[in-house]
Design a protein around this ligand. Structure first.
Ligand code: ADP
Ligand code: ASP
Ligand code: MG
Length: 410
């Protein structure tokens, strides 16, 4: 009998009526003879509400206890869905991470999964139950509750699908698939029928929160077929995320993303000699802060400016480190921009097409948008622009590369 993993996000379980609708969908899948493991997120807004409660009691809430608190959101929705499924006559068992063992490292708020044990799931399935699992949570070696990072119920679902060797992991959300751009920002965005793991990885890493980044990494590593579908609307095939195939290369740009949660830091007047970049970025990496784009401008007087971006959540910690390093290496000074926008175009077709970057820069120039930083990889080009131009840049690039006229021109 085929086993499938389904995951329902916050809006999909955002009210009792929605939980009833999810239960109907689960029941329907069960009726067609499949074994089902269902992962749920907290009801929409609940995780944010819990974080805010903690912040009202402490400026820097103690991470272990914050995880105890925020993991409760998923417990509630798992139990509510199981209660509803029972009421519909479907034997169901819900599990929290510690009951299964979803074992993680000890990094509260950002824990990584080390292993997943599933004898209890297999037994419950063999006894004819639907299994509901609370997403987003794990336990560490001490048996303490951890959480896996924002949006990480997707990761719970993919990890279970990998370990259980599910035939598919279905991600149900408030849009009917992965679009060429966030459909809530870009009205002309189109749903993609298929997208490769690599493209999805770039899109998720660059701001398309429809799938959580690490869930895509895991799906790619374990070759878990993923499909993103709407939990509200049945008439769409959704988007399949899987292996790249030949036809994908014919498409130059598959998606455009916007990430407004970046900050920019500059250290100026750095002596231009070997070892200083390592001196600057070593401690930053050591603190677990991911640096994304880096540019260095050397000036005629032998001094250089180094500018780089970090996620806005990490800005405060990065600045503290950078100020100390700047003093130690005798740099001229530091400055920062709290919020910048990173706009990216992504597509496996870029590997084999020249001139995409030039065209991207022309499109932005035509809108009068100044490019502050640029980074490229084989299948993506990202630029940093002033936040006020982020959405405009995204729409302009989308319409040029992915609108009707743009698509024909490629
Ligand atoms: P869930 O709560 O179900 O996990 P999320 O809010 O995490 O849902 O993800 C769905 C949202 O992702 C959509 O509402 C949409 O605004 C956003 N999104 C961003 N980029 C894209 C994209 N390229 N395609 C589809 N949705 C996107
Ligand atoms: N409830 C968690 C969050 O809001 C996890 C998730 O929704 O995937 O980040
Ligand atoms: Mg999500």
């Amino acid at each position: 009998m085929a086993l499938i993993v389904q995951k329902y996000g916050g809006t999909s379980v955002g009210s009792l009526d929605r939980i009833k609708a999810v239960a109907e969908k689960v029941a329907q899948a069960c009726g067609s003879g499949q074994q089902l493991v269902v992962v749920v997120s907290a009801m929409a807004g609940e995780t944010n509400r819990l974080f805010k409660l903690a912040e009202q009691l402490s400026e820097a809430p103690y991470p272990r206890e914050t995880d105890v608190l925020v993991a409760t959101g998923e417990q509630v929705s798992a139990a509510l869905l199981a209660i509803r499924l029972h009421a519909l006559g479907y034997p169901t068992v819900s599990f929290l991470a510690h009951q299964l063992k979803i074992l993680t490292d000890a990094r509260h708020g950002q824990a990584r999964i080390k292993s997943v044990e599933c004898p209890r799931i297999l037994q419950a399935l063999a006894e004819g139950n639907i299994v509901v699992v609370a997403g987003y949570q794990g336990i560490n070696d001490n048996g303490d509750i951890t959480t896996l990072g924002r949006g990480a119920s997707d990761l719970t679902a993919v990890a279970l699908a990998a370990v259980l060797k599910a035939s598919v992991c279905e991600i149900y959300t408030d849009v009917d698939g992965v679009y060429t751009a966030d459909p809530n920002i870009c009205p002309k965005a189109r749903r993609l029928d298929r997208v490769s793991y690599d493209e999805m990885l770039e899109m998720a890493g660059l701001g398309a929160k429809v799938l959580q980044l690490r869930s895509v990494e895991l799906a790619r590593r374990y070759r878990v077929p993923l499909v993103v579908r709407s939990s509200f609307y049945n008439g769409s095939e959704g988007t399949w995320v899987g292996e790249e195939d030949r036809t994908m290369e014919d498409v130059l740009v598959s998606g455009v993303t916007l990430d407004n949660n970046q900050s920019k830091i500059t250290i100026s007047g750095i002596e231009d000699r070997p070892g200083l970049a390592a001196r600057i970025f070593g401690p930053i990496a050591g603190a677990g802060i991911v640096v994304d784009m880096i540019i260095q401008n050397a000036s005629a007087d032998g001094r250089a400016d180094m500018t780089f971006t970090v996620a806005r959540n990490d800005l405060r910690r990065a600045l503290e480190l950078i100020k100390t390093i700047a003093d130690e290496i005798g740099a001229g000074g530091t400055r920062f921009e709290d919020q910048v926008a990173k706009v990216s175009i992504i597509g496996v077709g870029m590997r084999t097409h020249a001139g995409v970057a030039a065209r991207m820069f022309q499109i932005l120039a035509a809108e009068g948008i100044n490019i502050e930083m640029i980074a490229t990889s084989e299948i993506k080009i990202s630029v940093v622009v002033n936040t006020k131009y982020g959405e405009l840049a995204m729409r302009a690039l989308h319409d040029a590369f992915l609108g009707q006229a743009g698509a024909e021109a490629v």
